[in-house]
Ligand binder design. Sequence first.
Ligand code: AMP
Ligand code: GLY
Length: 417
Amino acid sequence: MVCKVLLVGNGAREHSIAKKIVDNNGILYSYMSKENPGIARISKKFVLGNLNNFDKLKKFKKVDYAIIGPENPLANGIVNYLEDELKIPVCGPRKEVAKIETSKIFTRLLLDAYDISGNVPYVIGKTTKDLETAVSEFGMDFVIKPDGLSGGKGVKVSGDHFKKLTEAQIYVQELLKKDGEFLIEEKKKGKEFSLQVFTDGKNIIPMPLVRDYKRAYENEQGPNTGSMGSYSLPSHKLPFLNKAEYEKALNIMQCTIEALNHQNGIRYKGILYGQFMKTEDGIFLIEYNVRFGDPEAMNVLKLLDSDFNEVTQQTIDGNLRSVKFKDLATVCTYLVPKGYPTKPEKDKTITIEPSLTSDLYFASVYSNKKQIRTTTSRAIALVEEGESLEIARDKVYQNIDKIRGELFFRKDIGSLL
Ligand code: AMP
Ligand code: GLY
């Protein structure tokens, strides 16, 4: 669909959204905090600025719609600003309903208030005594979370981030000082999966399920990262989930959207991403995100067979109908700087052979005298599709050697199921 689209954000997720907008005849206008060379190259116009400085968005008055990549501007009300001040329709939730990601306490309370299944047992902490309550209920199997966004760094899991109660006490005190409250959840054990949906606030259309690999090294070893890669299957499901479990997760999302509308009188529109865990006791909601996942966006957008600009505008107009995805597998693998995430080496040159055939998305890199250089974050994502997972995986790993630099990647994306 020919239209002018404003995209906010500058990671690999946004690069893949940008490509889809342009492939579907959109004219791209971008607002980035740092120049992503891939997005810049295909934008008609781009502006650099702090993504939470909405004043700069005035430079994009004449677009048909906007889409927001990362959660931070959504938390700060970018949709309210674009809709109310600039009269730009947005595929994304207003601040009041974006709370489903930006306040973990709000989400747990909402699920309880509307009797939605999949809620993890939790304790809302207002004093250090509440930690004792949580320990009496969950033993040492608990997770401490700040209420708000913490860039993936605030969630501390027992056995993983802390071993002793004294360490938990110190963290809880820190959170009380900073926020005045915290959340403790029972630690669940199982396999996580990502379910993203398009929604216009009433209709929801699921995207293929994706499994994301968060640990830095093979076999899910090493520190947590922003993610090292992801896969999806031609069935759009995952090998460890049965039909009833999948439907349960989807139903939890449907009920949540209805509850949000009911409680706030505001239609949730855009993308909702549920991160779930399958455990021996069933399906649990770990958290919601009010945007595409990174890297999950790259898997599902590779498969999207409908016009992206039409689908996004249907979520805005409230007439979301059908969305088609190809019945193929996908694999997305991240190349990251040596030492990432603990001691990443930066400012190293990356070279890309012209014979590379995979889709390539820049995450956090910069250009210097026509060279691409690394930062301290993830550098490049490669994405492939195939009739089977093996084919998609082989294609990615055949192409990965065509990227040279001080980088590493996980070799088991799509083989460790
Ligand atoms: P979140 O930011 O809430 O998604 O949490 C980050 C990560 O912490 C998740 O991807 C899980 O691996 C882990 N986690 C969060 N909550 C729980 C929980 N209740 N039980 C087990 N692991 C959890
Ligand atoms: N895949 C994790 C995230 O997007 O938050």
